[in-house]
Design a protein around this ligand. Structure first.
Ligand code: ATP
Ligand code: MG
Length: 425
């Protein structure tokens, strides 16, 4: 077989399709992450898949990898500069500001979202160009309980999925009182290291990001780097201590990671990441923090806020790595196999009735013979097959076969729905 470079049937590099049966796990993960935030008063927000490119260059940061290297930016035929969204926070904040949600007098505005994000990355296991996140943002309040709430909700989401191998890393980045002095101290330290030109530039624009450099040659030199924890002002120390107390009280374990950073000035105080050790180098399953300066950065009023985004793709990989099978509802409970024309009409009507009664039901379409139809019934994963021919229908019954035990017997047509419902529980 010849392999062509680009095939019509080939998804673009760095992307993959979600197909049954695996797609059911994906949906269940999204729902499991959303459930705790919904119970905590977060309302659903949906924003466009693309925004003005400037929202991200300001709201994610001109000097970040996301903006400089990873963004799918394009100019429309009408001359507008847009970008596929690489993350959710800037869009959600933009939407809240545009709709004046922050003026409705009920702060914080709590929102959650779920969707596709796009980054031009180097594709590898757990790192894709199209991926999926569920996120939550609490806009317009500064309260350690709010930071703790969000972290607890994320930890509860992972726990509810049955994951045990994740760890929570926690740090504080200080605020406009204490960060400038720390930034200067860090810059002074970094300038004395043996680094390449790009990294040297980064020291001047975005020194905290250098701490996040994954290269061994850089990490080796960072051993004696000044740490923000030694530079926090009293207010930041106190705030961080309150967050930690609340996490501990909620039974959420964390590890202090004084190197955990987000590189931009509008990220303040609490910052955290959830990592899963079975995922190799793409170990971050989710992360977030406080972004008190972001609203002003995109032209809004001062609105201290905090949020997180959890990666759905990597959470699914973490489940696989731990061998966790989610308890998914059966796609089909009853599979109907008609023998003959009259039976086709009757069983098709029965399938409709079953579905309306809340039973997942499917039908042997395409006029297959009984042997094929029974194979399809098995493949569908249904617990029961309903088989009927002319003779059964003349007696007002169908044959109900339990595909697990193999037991089979006649059931009155009018009683199929009730019988099946009883036996399914
Ligand atoms: P990384 O350090 O792995 O690049 P990040 O800091 O860029 O992660 P965030 O922007 O904080 O990630 O996004 C939150 C979560 O979204 C990540 O923890 C991860 O689970 C997921 N994520 C980010 N980028 C990708 C990607 N390219 N493919 C799959 N999942 C991703
Ligand atoms: Mg990244």
């Amino acid at each position: 077989m010849t392999v062509t470079a680009v095939s019509t049937f080939q998804a673009p590099k760095g992307t993959y399709d979600l197909l049954p049966p695996d797609s059911a796990t994906f949906l269940a993960v999204r729902e499991a992450i959303a459930a705790p935030v919904r119970r905590a008063g977060y309302g659903y927000v949906e924003t466009p898949g693309f925004e003005h490119v400037e929202l991200f260059s300001r709201g994610v940061g001109e000097s970040t990898d996301i903006v400089t290297k990873e963004m799918y930016a394009f100019t429309t035929k009408g001359g507008t500069d847009l970008a596929l969204r690489p993350e959710g926070t800037a869009s959600v904040l933009r939407a809240a500001l545009q709709a004046n949600l922050h003026r409705a007098g009920n702060l914080p505005v709590k929102l959650w979202y779920s969707g596709s994000y796009y980054r031009y990355e180097n594709p590898q296991a757990g790192r894709y160009r199209h991926f999926s996140q569920v996120g939550a943002e609490a806009i317009g309040a500064e309260d350690p309980a709010l930071d703790a709430e969000l972290i607890i909700l994320a930890a509860d989401a992972y726990r509810s999925l049955g994951l045990t191998g994740f760890r929570l890393l926690l740090n504080s980045l200080g605020d406009k009182e204490c960060r400038p002095a720390y930034r200067a101290a860090l810059q002074e330290f970094l300038r004395g290291l043996d680094l390449d030109d790009d990294t040297r530039k980064r020291i001047e624009i975005n020194p905290l990001r250098v701490l996040d450099d994954k290269r061994e040659s850089v990490q080796r030199q960072l051993t004696g780097a000044p740490l923000i924890v030694d530079h926090l002002c009293e207010a930041c120390k106190e705030y961080h201590e309150r967050v930690r107390e609340l996490l501990t009280a909620a039974g959420v374990a964390y590890e202090d990671d004084p190197r955990l950073v987000r590189g931009l000035d509008y990220y303040t105080r609490t910052t955290f990441e959830f990592v899963h050790d079975a995922l190799g180098s793409q170990s971050a399953v989710g992360g977030g923090g406080r972004y008190d300066g972001l609203s002003e950065m995109i032209g809004g009023p001062s609105l201290p806020s905090v949020g997180w985004a959890l990666g759905v793709d990597r959470t699914v990989l973490a489940l696989k790595a731990e061998g966790v099978e989610l308890p998914l509802p059966a796609a089909t409970d009853v599979y109907a196999v008609p023998l003959g024309d009259q039976a086709r009409r009757t069983l098709f009507a029965l399938v409709t009735e079953l579905r309306r009664a809340g039973v997942a039901a499917d039908f042997a379409f395409g006029g297959k013979g009984i042997k094929n139809a029974m194979k399809s019934a098995d493949r569908s994963g249904a617990r029961f097959a309903v088989v009927a021919g002319d003779r059964d229908l003349a007696e007002g019954v169908v044959q109900l076969k339990d595909l697990v035990s193999g037991e089979q017997g006649p059931v009155a047509l009018s009683e199929v729905a009730d019988t099946v419902k009883e036996r399914l529980v």
